[in-house]
Each structure stands twice: as structure tokens, then as C-alpha cells.
Write a protein that binds this ligand. Structure first.
Ligand code: SF4
Length: 219
């Protein structure tokens, strides 16, 4: 087995933070472990080629549309950022799909090929908060947000990056940056999508329980 190695500085991706903050990831330990260690990931059966093709098509449509409106467009790697906080030793990284600037207006868009999820909203809110802290062309700007789906778009007003959201982010960052391990919540529903093998996580649930207990008269 590839041994897990402690990172010099813990690091977390915006996508993990978004899932935790949206309560779409109950096993905090999985994000905590990924933040603190490098490890050999389990192979995924996710069809990334098909996903990438669909995502690329959606993103290209938005680029064409926004360029026609006269906006300056920056995509993916051009928007990559890394933010290091003062209070907690942890880096937060992200790569928004699209940042557009038109005069005094600036906004960040994220393209999603699946159905809308709460984590999508948290992800774009995190970009709206963190991009102006780190990407030079956006510094000092108040970013609006937009979620782009194949059949719809959802605008995310800048005002949603409020004190309550920031407090929730600080709480999540405190959990992930803490040297004390976060709470582990093993369940087949999450473990089957988790890339942390049983070599690192002894509690990993590999199969669905078919133990329904004894029959009862409740219903
Ligand atoms: S395998 Fe399951 S219990 Fe272990 S870290 Fe992943 S989600 Fe959590």
C-alpha cells in the first residue's frame, strides 16, 4: 500500500467545503483525512470523459454568449486560486469555471451537468467570497454569482455572501484544520462513493446490509 503522508500544510478544495457546508457529506473525517494526508485513491467508475465533454459544451456555450455581450472572460485554470487564512493553518483552493468582467460588473459562473443540488449554491458562494481575495483582476470587486445548468440558470446575489455564511465557513474550516480527527460517519450510502480505501479507513462499509431485523406489527 502507498503510505499516507502528512501534508506540510493541510489543504482543502472548495468542492469538499461546499458538500460539508450543504450537509451533503456526513462523514467529516473523509474531508479531514484528504485535507491532512496524501494517499493512494481507489479507482473510480465515474465516467469522467462523458462528464467532461458535457461540461465543456456547456462552458463553451456560456463563453460564446458572454463574449457576444462584450464581457472579458476568464475560464478554469485562469481563475485558479489558493487562499491561506491567518487563524487556521489550512489552504483553500478552487478553480471557478468562468469569471466575467464587463465594466464595473463582475460575476462568477459555475456550469453543472446534473440536477441542482444545495452544494452547487455553496460552491458558487465560496467562489464569490474567495476569488476577490486572491485573483488580482477581481480584487476589490463585489462578485455576483450564477449557476448554469443544461436547461436553466440560477442567479446568486452578492448579498448571500453574508455574515451567517462566513460564520458557517469558519466553523467548517476549524473542523478541517484541527489536528484532532473529525467525526467519522461510516455508511454504505457514502462509503461506496468514497475514494479512501479500507487500508486507511478501517470502518469503511463495503456492502449494503440486508439485515432488516425481526418482523414487527408496526405497519
Ligand atoms: S470510507 Fe466511509 S467511513 Fe471511511 S472515510 Fe470514506 S465515507 Fe468515511
Amino acid at each position: 500500500m502507498y503510505p499516507s503522508e502528512l501534508k506540510a500544510v493541510p489543504s482543502v478544495w472548495v468542492t469538499w467545503l461546499a458538500k460539508l457546508m450543504a450537509d451533503e457529506l456526513q462523514c467529516q473525517w473523509s474531508a479531514w483525512f484528504r485535507s491532512h494526508y496524501t494517499y493512494e485513491k481507489l479507482p473510480s467508475n465515474f465516467d469522467s470523459a462523458q462528464w467532461k465533454a458535457r461540461h465543456r459544451e456547456l462552458l463553451n456555450q456560456r463563453v460564446t454568449c458572454l463574449e457576444a455581450e462584450g464581457a472579458a472572460i476568464f475560464v478554469e485554470g485562469e481563475n485558479w486560486f489558493e487562499v491561506l487564512g491567518r487563524q487556521h493553518s489550512i489552504k483553500v483552493s478552487g478553480k471557478p469555471d468562468l469569471v466575467a468582467i464587463l465594466g464595473d460588473d463582475a460575476w462568477v459562473e459555475d456550469c453543472k451537468t446534473g440536477k441542482p443540488k444545495d452544494a452547487d449554491l455553496y460552491q458558487v458562494l465560496l467562489y464569490m467570497l474567495l476569488v476577490p481575495l486572491s485573483v488580482e483582476r477581481c480584487q476589490g470587486r463585489r462578485l455576483e454569482g450564477r449557476l448554469v445548468y443544461p436547461d436553466s440558470m440560477i442567479d446568486v446575489p452578492a448579498g448571500q455572501v453574508n455574515a451567517e455564511f462566513k460564520a458557517q465557513l469558519r466553523e467548517t474550516i476549524a473542523t478541517l484544520s484541527n489536528p484532532t480527527q473529525a467525526r467519522k460517519v461510516p455508511s454504505f450510502q457514502e462509503c461506496r462513493y468514497c475514494d479512501i480505501s479500507a487500508e486507511y479507513c478501517l470502518e469503511r462499509v463495503e456492502s449494503k446490509s440486508t439485515d432488516y431485523g425481526s418482523m414487527h406489527d408496526l405497519f
